[in-house]
Design a protein around this ligand. Structure first.
Ligand code: NAD
Length: 364
């Protein structure tokens, strides 16, 4: 049965990197490995320019109807002067909330071919393979009350609220345990239970969920220590599970262990297994339109989509193997370039991945 994918290119380098991801999907489709219907929609600044809204109603409706959403990136200096309700990022937050995408999966994998791209010593990061599971629809980014008010004294007061229900914590911890069962069976729950009551409850719920997974080893870590351990000895981690804000920060930190933001994909899932897949980087306005962006994070997001929403893990592995192969061939975009390698542009890198997809017999 054909699966429906909504393709949202967004802004900046978004259209350039998504074109390469679509090439990969079309190549797989042409050989019969997948049966897909690709539809396009508008989000972010591009949607604001066309329709006055960073998340037009028709985009959200199409996203809800699709089996998966493949997104490039949103944002850029052009839209920064807009009121916060009209900024491109609202499109992204609206999609996450509208689809109920509560689980954000961010793998941080260091490809051996890129070991020298990391700022950390090769022995600290080589073989790194962490999965960060970030809660995405709750916590301080959505909590009420929020805002900035002016006190009678004339001084302004800013408020944001960290709030989680037990069920929100339970479902994200369950996702982390389910993923860990397919990996190293270790989950580290990250909180600030020594200071924040909300995360003291998080710790209790995480402990309760883990008792239902006797094979899982659960540990707890304060977020400040987790940040330190990520740069001191990152290979101690298998799966990390944490709140929206802590996950936002820790996953960028983990991303940099791997050397380039241009290599890292992400998946955001809802309770029905529907997902949105996107590179973790932004719209990179500084290199947009130059054909220099690294499309591999987006292509690896396609692999996650094949695995988590399209039930095609074998095809996902082929895409990941093809990425590994082009790195092995010495092809590098500017962000991961190193001496002795061959620098290529966005489209050439996409073409190389398509060429490196090993042919299969029949459907995978
Ligand atoms: P960014 O990730 O866009 O760029 C940071 C740096 O990394 C830049 O030097 C950029 O050139 C480089 N870079 C990023 N992706 C790359 C790629 N694929 N290949 C090569 N180099 C790459 O972050 P930023 O500069 O802080 O933000 C730019 C815009 O993107 C802002 O408007 C921001 O709000 C938005 N943003 C969007 C998302 C998203 O859509 N999910 C995420 C983060 C930032």
């Amino acid at each position: 049965m054909s699966k429906e994918i909504l393709v949202l290119a967004g802004d900046g380098i978004g259209p350039e990197i998504l074109a390469e991801a679509v090439k990969v999907l079309e190549a797989l489709q042409a050989e019969g490995a997948v049966t897909l219907t690709l539809r396009e929609g508008l989000v972010g600044g591009a949607a604001y320019d066309a329709l006055g809204d960073p998340l037009p109603e028709e985009t959200l409706t199409a996203a809800k109807a699709a089996d998966a959403v493949l997104l490039g990136a949103v944002g850029g200096p052009k839209w920064e002067p807009l009121h916060i309700s009209k900024r491109p990022e609202k499109g992204l937050l609206g999609l996450r909330a509208g689809l109920g995408l509560f689980a954000n999966l961010r793998p941080a994998i260091l490809y051996p071919q890129l070991a020298d791209a990391s700022t950390l010593k090769p022995e600290v990061v080589s073989g790194l393979d962490i999965m960060i599971v970030r809660e995405l629809t709750g916590g301080i980014y959505f909590g009420q009350p929020r805002g900035v008010e002016t006190l009678p004294s004339g001084e302004r007061r800013g408020v944001n609220t960290l709030v989680y229900t037990e069920s929100e914590v339970e479902r994200i911890c369950r996702v982390a345990c389910d993923i860990a069962m397919k990996r190293g069976k270790r989950v580290c729950s990250v909180d600030k239970a020594n200071v924040l009551e909300c995360t003291e409850m998080w710790r209790e719920v995480a402990t309760r969920v883990a008792t239902q997974y006797p094979e899982i080893t659960l540990s707890h870590m304060y977020v400040d220590n987790a940040a330190m351990q990520l740069v001191r000895a990152p290979k101690q981690f298998d799966v990390l599970v944490t709140t929206n804000m802590f996950g936002d920060i820790l996953s960028d930190c983990a991303a940099m262990l791997t050397g380039s933001i241009g290599m890292l994909p992400s998946a955001s899932l809802n309770a029905a297994g529907q997902g949105m897949y996107e590179p973790i980087h932004g719209s990179a306005p500084d290199i947009a339109g130059k054909g220099a962006a690294n499309p591999l994070a987006t292509i690896l997001s396609v692999a996650m989509m094949l695995r988590y929403s399209l039930d095609a893990p074998a095809v996902a592995e082929r895409v990941e193997a093809a990425v590994s192969r082009v790195l092995e061939q010495g092809l590098r975009t500017a962000d991961i370039m190193s001496p002795g390698m061959r620098q290529v542009g966005t489209a050439e890198m996409g073409d190389a991945v398509v060429a490196a997809l090993a042919p299969v017999q029949g459907r995978a």
